[in-house]
Write a protein that binds this ligand. Structure first.
Ligand SMILES: CC(C)(COP(=O)(O)OP(=O)(O)OC[C@H]1O[C@@H](n2cnc3c(N)ncnc32)[C@H](O)[C@@H]1OP(=O)(O)O)[C@@H](O)C(=O)NCCC(=O)NCCS
Length: 211
């Protein structure tokens, strides 16, 4: 069952059966090269299980992103992907086909009500506005339901799509950490962005007045 829905997406809790899907995502260099600041190497079953349990288990909020069935046609397919059609499609095939990633908020020091935002969308679904939909929902939920004061994030400064998504969702540029990440044989800065509860409410008022 979905915890929440947006225009194209279902946002739901983690299930044991998601492990295989994360294994695929964490072995996709297109996604991991700008989502993960550590070594980009093949990730085995055991390591992925341990790391994802640690990462997701320590999250304040963790949602799996699943595309609504009626939008399955927006998916791009890689050549080697197995694609089942019609009657031969079982629930597990639908799960695999519609899985689109995850988003999480982590809080280090509850006193400060500050969370760190993380997001990863499967390459097959890029360019459909899904990252924007998920980020908008998480930001709204964080301030309206979880009573956070601030959401912070860092991104590879060369990741123009991520930067654009966060700007669209009301995050403010707060600085650049120089030469933080090693990528493609060179150093890349880390862009730092944040949104405060007061930014969120001011923006919401402005958007409501425009309607
Ligand atoms: C970055 C990422 C989240 C974007 O996901 P997405 O679902 O394709 O994003 P959306 O479709 O909601 O929005 C992308 C925006 O960036 C824009 N964009 C895409 N590529 C761009 C580029 N090279 N330069 C400038 N803008 C770009 C799109 O046009 C769109 O903006 P628009 O709506 O104004 O046209 C996705 O590529 C991803 O998960 N990448 C791997 C992991 C990662 O980098 N996560 C973020 C870690 S900080």
């Amino acid at each position: 069952m979905a915890f929440a829905t947006t225009k194209h997406l279902k946002l739901r809790a983690l299930r044991d059966s998601d492990h295989e899907l994360f294994l695929t995502e964490l072995n996709d260099q297109r996604v991991m090269r700008t989502a993960f600041p550590g070594y980009i190497v093949p990730q085995g079953d055991k390591g992925v299980k341990e790391n994802s349990e640690k990462f997701f288990g320590s999250a304040l909020l963790m949602v799996v992103v699943e595309v609504k069935r009626e939008f399955a046609g927006l998916r791009k397919w890689d050549e080697e992907e197995e694609r089942k059609e019609g009657e031969e499609k079982k629930p597990a095939d639908w799960d695999r086909e519609l899985f689109a990633g995850f988003s999480a908020l982590h809080v280090q020091f509850p006193k400060n009500r500050e969370a760190t935002f993380g997001l990863s969308i499967l390459a097959q679904w890029w360019g459909n506005g899904f990252a924007t939909e998920v980020t908008d929902w998480v930001v709204q939920h964080a301030f309206e339901q979880l009573n956070l004061h601030r959401i912070s994030l860092g991104y590879f400064a060369s990741n123009a799509a991520a930067k654009r998504v966060y700007e669209k969702c009301g995050f403010i540029h707060e600085g650049l950490k120089r030469q933080t990440f090693w990528l493609d044989g060179g150093w890349v800065d880390e862009g730092i962005m944040g949104i405060l509860d007061e930014d969120y409410w001011a923006r919401k008022k402005q958007l409501t007045n425009k309607e």
